[in-house]
Design a protein around this ligand. Structure first.
Ligand code: FAD
Ligand code: DHB
Length: 391
């Protein structure tokens, strides 16, 4: 089998890349280990930065987002007895949208299906070959057990943090940077109307908590928990009690509404960057090249920003034989990757607590500065709402 771009991974990065390439008349084949049902139902990120929304609008995929998503002007930043609104629109003229990654994925899958995109789900044994030649290829076993080989001009590694693409970069060229954090998030989805109009990020001596949402009837909430936490030790009542305490139930007349919890999971936190993001005919995009802790809501948005650079670079390479954008892809993408890596680390370390009284005072001082100084608030707003594509 032959195509121009073999795309490994049908998450947001791979699906969006196939869409943008098709707009330029470039063929691709997508291969994915999971079933389509699994890809469409996994619960992940929830916030789209301004640049992500602009891109989805520009390619005609913003209709359901605007009809069913919720536009937010900013976020609340909170610590005991204080809640402050950081208004991104006033500060930097950009809003964000609440629209689950699940919904973005549904829109992309449906657009790709309508366009007749070639996709293989439930593949195994994915392997990349000859990436430093002009004739790379991918091999895998398809869902019927048949061995398949796809020859391509380019391989796009969009296979997230567990895929084989990042390790297909030769050891002699690749470099990695990593930080693990001494805490995880317990995330829950609940069938209850959100108790807030915009997201609340709360510092609390018991640990960070966040109130997010998916729709006017569904709330998404997170609690800082120690690494290695077993979800089974958190009953629904224990979760609601901890959320109520950390989010300030009863303060200034605010109350947290409870409802049935429909999903519970523990997410470890990690910062990770692998460079370069291109070697020969292999290009990495999204979580395949970098992971950020979720506190800055950047993971999905970074994946989209990578692909927004990669698609025109591949179009220039494959249609006009121009190497310039392909040659600068890694450097161009990494500027934003490191900005988002820093922002995500900064939000994470400012809001998650540990047994360090000195550190806690520094965090509170930082939070007060961000909430009371226009310069402080603007830094958060500019990074959270998202730097323009091409930053
Ligand atoms: P992915 O979405 O991971 O897609 C990669 C795809 O490649 C997957 O479908 C995978 O099945 C496939 N794949 C893997 N191996 C192979 C193989 N060998 N062959 C073929 N296909 C393969 N971000 C936030 O901002 N907020 C959140 O709350 C949040 N929650 C998250 C929860 C979890 C459990 C995870 C894993 C991530 C979360 N993220 C969150 C991060 C965000 O979801 C990612 O940054 C985003 O999904 C990146 O998109 P991607 O397409 O690069 O990677
Ligand atoms: C959500 C996740 C995040 O990591 C974040 O910073 C904000 C919102 C969410 O799942 O809604």
């Amino acid at each position: 089998m032959r195509t121009e771009v073999a795309i490994i991974g049908a998450g947001p990065a791979g699906l969006l890349l196939s869409h943008l390439l098709a707009d330029q008349g470039i063929d691709s084949i997508l291969i994915e280990t999971r079933s389509q049902q699994y890809v469409l139902s996994r619960i992940r990120a929830g916030i789209l930065a301004h640049s992500t929304v602009e891109l989805l609008d520009a390619i005609g995929l913003g209709t359901r987002l605007h009809a069913e998503g919720q536009e937010h002007r900013g976020i609340y930043l909170q610590w005991p007895q204080e809640r402050h609104h950081i208004d991104f629109v006033d500060l930097v003229g950009r809003s964000v949208w609440v629209y689950g990654q699940t919904e973005v994925t549904k829109d992309l899958v449906s657009a790709r299906e309508t366009a007749g995109q070639a996709m293989f789900y439930e593949v195994s044994d994915t392997a990349l070959h000859d990436v430093d030649t002009e004739a790379p290829y991918v091999t895998f076993t398809d869902s019927s057990g048949a061995a398949v080989r796809i020859d391509a001009a380019v391989i796009a590694g969009c296979d997230g943090s567990f895929g084989p693409s990042r390790a297909a970069m030769p050891e002699s060229v690749r470099q990695t940077w990593e930080r693990t954090y001494p805490y995880s998030w317990l995330g829950v989805l609940a069938d209850v109307a959100p108790s807030t109009d915009e997201l609340i990020y709360a510092w609390h001596p018991d640990g960070f908590a966040m109130h997010s949402m998916r729709s006017p009837k569904v709330s998404r909430l997170y609690l800082q928990v120690p690494n290695g936490t077993d979800v089974g030790t958190w009953s629904d009542d224990r979760i609601w009690d901890a959320l109520a305490e950390r989010l300030g139930h009863g303060q200034d007349g605010w109350s947290l509404e409870r409802g049935p919890i429909t999903d519970k999971s523990v997410l470890p936190m990690r910062s990770y960057v692998q460079t370069p993001m291109r070697h020969g005919r292999l290009f990495l995009a999204g979580d395949a090249a970098h992971i950020v802790p979720p506190t800055g809501a950047k993971g999905l948005n970074l994946a989209v920003a990578d692909v927004a650079l990669l698609a025109p670079a591949l179009a220039a390479l494959l249609r006009k034989g121009e190497e310039r954008l392909a040659d600068s892809y890694s450097e161009d993408a990494l500027r934003r990757v490191w900005r988002c890596t820093h922002f995500s680390w900064w939000m994470t370390t400012m809001l998650h607590t540990s047994a360090d009284p000195f550190g806690a005072q520094l965090q509170l001082s930082q939070l007060r500065w961000v909430a009371s100084s226009e310069a402080g608030a603007m830094g958060l707003a500019e990074n959270y709402a998202g730097l323009p594509i091409g930053f």
